[in-house]
Every structure is written in structure tokens, then in C-alpha cells.
Write a protein that binds this ligand. Structure first.
Ligand code: HEC
Ligand code: HEC
Ligand code: HEC
Ligand code: HEC
Length: 145
């Protein structure tokens, strides 16, 4: 075999061996346990603190509001979408208070006029012009607007 081909072959062998060696050394031990990811990642994620509990968890203490909301325009919205994560609140309702987002800006996040938002999906309102200076919740009950 000519010398230049031998050199090429040797370089190839060195590169491939180096790749295999590094792959062996750098792959985490639980990789591939269940699929193409670290098996241990599942335990790590499961150990993260819980934040959200879901709207069903509010029924036991706030049934009137849950019923009211289910009959109105906001029936599809999650309680925690407006009030924030409630895991701590359901454990200690007296000390862990949730936010009550009653500002005009908050309602405007969904209802202000926005060309990118389909008008059929969500009613848009000129937030600057529609009863300015007054909180929306004076006239619209947030749980049944
Ligand atoms: C174990 C009963 C219990 C559960 C479950 C519960 N709450 Fe409450 N919540 C309370 C009590 C009691 C208060 C009144 C606390 C106070 O004013 O001292 C309260 C107050 C509130 C307030 C008003 C806070 C304030 O500053 O006035 C909001 C908002 C609220 N809850 C939302 C929720 C949401 C959303 C859920 C479901 C994710 C929920 N709660 C689940 C018992 C509960
Ligand atoms: C569109 C946003 C929105 C959603 C969705 C929503 N809330 Fe509220 N909630 C508010 C606002 C804003 C207030 C404050 C109202 C006020 O100050 O008059 C409030 C007040 C409350 C209060 C305090 C009541 C009081 O008289 O002060 C409780 C309890 C509550 N919400 C529970 C819930 C529960 C339970 C759900 C789900 C079934 C829910 N909310 C869904 C916006 C929302
Ligand atoms: C997360 C998005 C969201 C937020 C925040 C929100 N809404 Fe809504 N709202 C909706 C959706 C979705 C509907 C149902 C579709 C519709 O009718 O536009 C609705 C419906 C309404 C309607 C009935 C509109 C109609 O068709 O006649 C009123 C009024 C209203 N909301 C007022 C409020 C007020 C006041 C607040 C603030 C306390 C608020 N909304 C916060 C999403 C939101
Ligand atoms: C002084 C009382 C009052 C206040 C404050 C108020 N609204 Fe209204 N809103 C009304 C009345 C009455 C209507 C129905 C007649 C109309 O369309 O003007 C209405 C209608 C709406 C509609 C439905 C429009 C439609 O085309 O069907 C939405 C959405 C709405 N308001 C959102 C808001 C939001 C968001 C705020 C706060 C930024 C707010 N409103 C503040 C009284 C009020």
C-alpha cells in the first residue's frame, strides 16, 4: 500500500478510536435505560417542587365561585391562570394568599385590541376608551363577566 494511503488510514483509525473512547467516557451511566435520554432525569424531574394543582382542587372550599364560573363566559379559563400557582395556598389558605388581579391592564392582556388575535375567539375591547379610570371588576364579575 502506498505511504500516503497508509497515513490516511492511520489518521482515520486514530479519529474513530478517539471518538469511541470519548463517547464511552462522556455518556452518563443511566443514558438509554428507557429510551434516548438519561433514565435518572425522570427522578430528577419528579423531585421538583409542585406549583400548580388544577381547578378541581378549588371545589372543596370555593364551590360557589367554581359553579358561577362554569356558567359564564370565563368557563374555559383555569383558576390558576388568573390567580397564580396555588399549591401552597391549598395547604395553608390563611397564610399563603393568592393574587387578585383586578387591574385594567390584567384584563387587557386577553381583551385589548390586537390584530394578531382572532376576534371570533375572544371579544376585544378598546381598553383606553371603554369606561376609563374604573376597574373592570366593578362592572364585570371576573368569575362571570
Ligand atoms: C382547603 C380549602 C381551600 C382550597 C382547596 C382553596 N382555597 Fe382559596 N381560600 C381558602 C380560604 C380559607 C380563604 C380565605 C383566606 C383568608 O382570607 O384568610 C381563601 C382565599 C382565596 C382567595 C382570596 C385571597 C385574598 O387575598 O383575599 C383566592 C383568590 C383563592 N382563595 C383562590 C383559590 C384557588 C384558585 C384555589 C384552587 C386552586 C383555592 N383557592 C383553593 C381556602 C381554600
Ligand atoms: C379572569 C381571571 C379569573 C379567573 C379565571 C378566576 N378568578 Fe378569582 N378573582 C379574579 C379577580 C380579578 C378577583 C378580585 C375580584 C374583586 O376584587 O372584585 C378574584 C377574586 C377571587 C376570590 C376572592 C373572592 C372575594 O370575594 O374577594 C376567590 C376566592 C377566587 N377569586 C377564586 C377563584 C376560583 C376558585 C376560580 C376558578 C373556579 C377563579 N377564582 C377564577 C380573577 C379570576
Ligand atoms: C386568559 C385570558 C382572559 C383574561 C385574563 C380575561 N378574560 Fe375575559 N374572556 C376570555 C375568554 C376566552 C372569553 C370567552 C370568549 C369571549 O366571549 O370573548 C372571555 C369573555 C369575557 C367577556 C364576555 C364577552 C362577550 O362575548 O360578551 C367579558 C365581559 C370579559 N371576558 C371580561 C373580562 C374581565 C373584566 C377580565 C379581567 C378581570 C377578563 N375578562 C380577563 C379570556 C380572558
Ligand atoms: C362602568 C362599568 C364598566 C367598566 C368599568 C368596564 N365595563 Fe366592559 N362593559 C360594560 C357594559 C355595560 C358592557 C356592554 C355594553 C357595551 O358593549 O358597551 C361592556 C362590555 C364589555 C365587553 C364585551 C364587548 C362586546 O362587544 O360584546 C368586554 C370584553 C368588556 N366590556 C371588557 C371590559 C374590560 C376588559 C374592562 C376593564 C378594562 C371593562 N370592560 C370595564 C361595562 C363596564
Amino acid at each position: 500500500m502506498p505511504l500516503h494511503l497508509k497515513r490516511l488510514l492511520m489518521t482515520g483509525v486514530v479519529i474513530v478510536s478517539l471518538f469511541l473512547l470519548l463517547k464511552h467516557a462522556l455518556t452518563p451511566d443511566s443514558f438509554g435505560q428507557y429510551g434516548h435520554y438519561r433514565g435518572k432525569a425522570l427522578n430528577e424531574i419528579a423531585a421538583l417542587p409542585i406549583h400548580y394543582v388544577g381547578s378541581k382542587s378549588c371545589v372543596s372550599c370555593h364551590d360557589t365561585i367554581v359553579t358561577m364560573k362554569s356558567e359564564g363566559y370565563h368557563s374555559d379559563l383555569a383558576c390558576e391562570g388568573c390567580h397564580g400557582a396555588a399549591y401552597k395556598h391549598i395547604e395553608n389558605p390563611k397564610t399563603e394568599k393568592l393574587i387578585k388581579p383586578d387591574s385594567r391592564e390584567f384584563c387587557g392582556k386577553c381583551h385589548s385590541i390586537n390584530k394578531a388575535r382572532p376576534e371570533k375567539a375572544i371579544t376585544q375591547q378598546n381598553i383606553q376608551g371603554h369606561n376609563p379610570g374604573k376597574k373592570c371588576v366593578i362592572c364585570h364579575n371576573p368569575h362571570q363577566p
